[in-house]
Design a protein around this ligand. Structure first.
Ligand code: AHM
Ligand code: MG
Length: 335
């Protein structure tokens, strides 16, 4: 990318605004607000080691897990940015029990609701391994001007207007879709802008990476164990054995697989019969991005994006990634 030929995220969003049927600029402003929050979180993540803000606060989140300070910073950052912006009436977060009706001066009139996992993969913060933010945007169902309620948030993934993630890795990248393909932007810290670096991302149909927490395999369904064994067998034609790659940050694992081709699995286990990952905060937005890039995302029984959510913190099993790899895994699982 020549330094004189860059497209910033802000420019790109404005150029694409006319493609979007509800567009009056609010979605563009909302995406811009999210990218600003992401830049601040990126800065905080980068200085985590020196600022003594890594580590647990001693509180537990609604999922019963330890909460890290950076999770809280990320969560608060989004609440304040979205409250000030005025395009968003309600906010739901992996870090909050319930939906929050935003209290900014214009929030009640906002057309959109936003779901966020502010810092996914937070167990990796302390050890300087990639983590991410996941966001999703729905059009509210209730009338603008009224008090938003839970049904505004509890919508199926097939109603998503936009979704994206930010990966805080060796560089910070923001990848998003509004249902017209997937584009990726890399943060240039010297100018403080996300610059288009990965236009129109298409995920390979085939791949040779499988990503899952194999340490739990004693508790996996037998079909998943058989699939893993198949991945490890030697076969020239299908280029097996495949590589096992698992960071333990869904954003980073899926980002790598999206670009290189692969399958990511969080199956039901004996301990977690619905898997671990949350439909509203992790699975739906990632499914939207992966499908838009040409991949697929399913629970093993149904398309992730067609699930009608029943509760905010609902968990679902997930098989997501390159089309042919997911289909192969499902052959074993549904035998
Ligand atoms: P978090 O949102 O509390 O960080 O948990 C979600 C993370 C995902 O990023 C990752 O894929 C998964 O948990 C890893 O779980 P496990 O350690 O069970 O393999
Ligand atoms: Mg998470």
């Amino acid at each position: 990318m020549s330094q004189f030929n860059i497209t910033t995220l802000g420019q790109f969003i404005i150029e694409r605004q006319s493609e979007f049927k509800y567009a009056k600029g609010e979605l563009s402003r909302l995406l811009r607000d999210i990218s600003i929050a992401a830049k601040v979180i990126s800065r905080e993540v980068n200085k985590a080691g020196i600022a003594e803000i890594i580590g647990e606060t001693g509180e537990v989140n609604v999922q019963g897990e330890d909460v890290k300070k950076l999770d809280i910073i990320g969560n608060e950052m989004f609440i304040s940015t979205l409250s000030r912006g005025g395009e968003c009436c309600a906010f739901a977060s992996e870090e909050e029990d319930d939906m929050i009706a935003l209290k900014g001066i214009y929030s009640k009139n906002g057309k959109y609701v936003v779901c966020i996992d502010p810092l996914d993969g937070s167990s990796n913060i302390d050890v300087n391994v990639s983590i991410g933010t996941i966001f999703s945007i729905y059009l509210r169902i209730s009338e603008p001007g009224t008090e938003p309620d839970l049904k505004d948030v509890l919508q199926a993934g097939n109603k998503l207007v936009a979704a994206g993630y930010v990966v805080y890795g060796s560089s910070t990248m923001l990848v998003y879709t509004t249902g017209k393909g997937v584009n990726g932007f890399t943060l240039d810290p010297s100018i403080g802008e996300f610059c288009l670096s990965h236009p129109d991302i298409k995920t390979p149909k085939d791949g040779s990476i499988y990503s899952l927490n194999e340490g739990n395999s004693i508790d996996f369904p037998s079909g998943v164990v058989e699939y893993i064994n198949w991945c490890k067998q030697k076969d020239k034609e299908t280029k097996r054995p495949y590589s096992a790659r698992y960071i333990g940050s869904m954003v980073a694992d899926l980002h790598r697989n999206l670009l290189k081709g692969g399958v990511f699995i969080y199956p039901p286990t004996a301990k977690t019969p619905n898997g671990k990952l949350r439909l509203m905060f992790e699975c739906n937005p990632m499914a939207f991005i992966v499908e838009q890039a040409g991949g697929i995302a399913t629970t093993g029984k149904e398309r992730i994006m067609d699930i009608e959510p029943s509760e905010l913190h609902q968990r679902v099993p997930i098989f997501i990634g390159s089309e042919n790899m997911v289909k192969k895994a499902l052959e074993f699982v549904n035998k």
